[in-house]
Write a protein that binds this ligand. Structure first.
Ligand SMILES: CC(C)(COP(=O)(O)OP(=O)(O)OC[C@H]1O[C@@H](n2cnc3c(N)ncnc32)[C@H](O)[C@@H]1OP(=O)(O)O)[C@@H](O)C(=O)NCCC(=O)NCCS
Length: 187
C-alpha cells in the first residue's frame, strides 16, 4: 500500500540515498544546487511516497527568484529504478503542484527533460537564465496563475528572504498513484 507523506528530517538520509541511486555521480555539482545552498526547502511541498514503508519516490522544491520574482524551483524528483514507469513520478508531480497552487505559489520552474515535463504543462522559459552551465532548452516553467511567467525575464538567483514561517506539512495519507491521469494542476 502506498502512502504519501511530507518529507521530514528523519527521512532525509533515505531521500539522499534515493537521489544518489537515481542520478549520475556529482549531481550536487550542478548549478541548480548553488541556488539551494543555505536556503531551506519549501517544507510543505517536499513529499515522499512509501510502499509498505519502503521509500519509493521523492520530490523537493526550493524558493528562488527569477528576474527578481518569487518562483518555485522543482527538483530533484526521483523514483526508485524498480518502480519507474508506473506513474509514481506523475503522481508526485500532480500532488505537489496542486498543493503549491493551493498555497498561493504563482510560478514553478525546473531544469529537466522537456519530453517528460511537457505532459504537466511545462514549457521552455526563453527569457529566464539559469546560472551557467545550463542548457537553455532544459529551463522549463509552469504557470500556476495564468500569465505568471509572461513578464518575467532575467537571471535565476537564490531566495534572499526565505519564509520565516513555512507552510505546514500535510499529514501522511493513503495514495493511489495508478488512479490519476497525467496532467498539470487546474488553472
Ligand atoms: C523521471 C522520473 C522521475 C519519472 O518518474 P516515473 O514514475 O518513472 O514516470 P511516470 O510513470 O510518471 O511516467 C512514465 C513516462 O515518462 C516517460 N519518461 C520518463 N523519464 C523520461 C525522460 N527523462 N524523458 C522523457 N520521458 C520520460 C516514460 O517514457 C513514460 O512514458 P509513457 O507514459 O509515454 O510510457 C523517473 O523515471 C526517475 O526517477 N528517473 C531518474 C531520475 C531523473 O531522471 N529525474 C528527473 C530529472 S529530469
Amino acid at each position: 500500500m502506498y502512502e504519501l507523506c511530507p518529507e521530514t528530517p528523519d527521512d532525509t538520509p533515505e531521500v539522499e540515498a534515493l537521489y544518489d541511486l537515481c542520478f549520475a555521480p556529482g549531481r550536487t555539482a550542478l548549478s541548480s544546487y548553488r541556488l539551494r545552498d543555505g536556503v531551506p526547502p519549501v517544507a510543505g511541498l517536499c513529499m515522499i511516497l512509501r510502499n509498505d514503508g519502503v521509500l519509493t519516490a521523492a520530490i523537493r522544491y526550493w524558493p528562488v527568484r527569477a528576474g527578481g520574482r518569487r518562483a518555485l524551483l522543482l527538483g530533484p524528483v526521483a523514483v526508485h529504478p524498480t518502480a519507474q514507469g508506473e506513474g509514481l513520478g506523475a503522481y508526485l508531480m500532480q500532488q505537489s503542484l496542486a498543493r503549491a497552487q493551493a498555497d498561493g505559489w504563482e510560478r514553478v520552474m525546473l531544469v529537466g527533460d522537456a519530453p517528460y515535463y511537457s505532459r504537466f504543462g511545462f514549457a521552455r522559459l526563453d527569457r529566464v537564465e539559469m546560472p551557467p552551465p545550463t542548457n537553455p532548452d532544459r529551463v522549463l516553467g509552469l504557470e500556476l496563475r495564468p500569465g505568471a511567467w509572461v513578464d518575467v525575464a532575467g537571471p535565476v538567483t537564490r531566495e534572499p528572504a526565505p519564509d520565516a514561517a513555512p507552510t505546514p506539512r500535510a499529514p501522511c495519507a493513503p495514495a493511489d498513484p495508478g488512479a490519476g491521469a497525467t496532467k498539470g494542476p487546474e488553472r
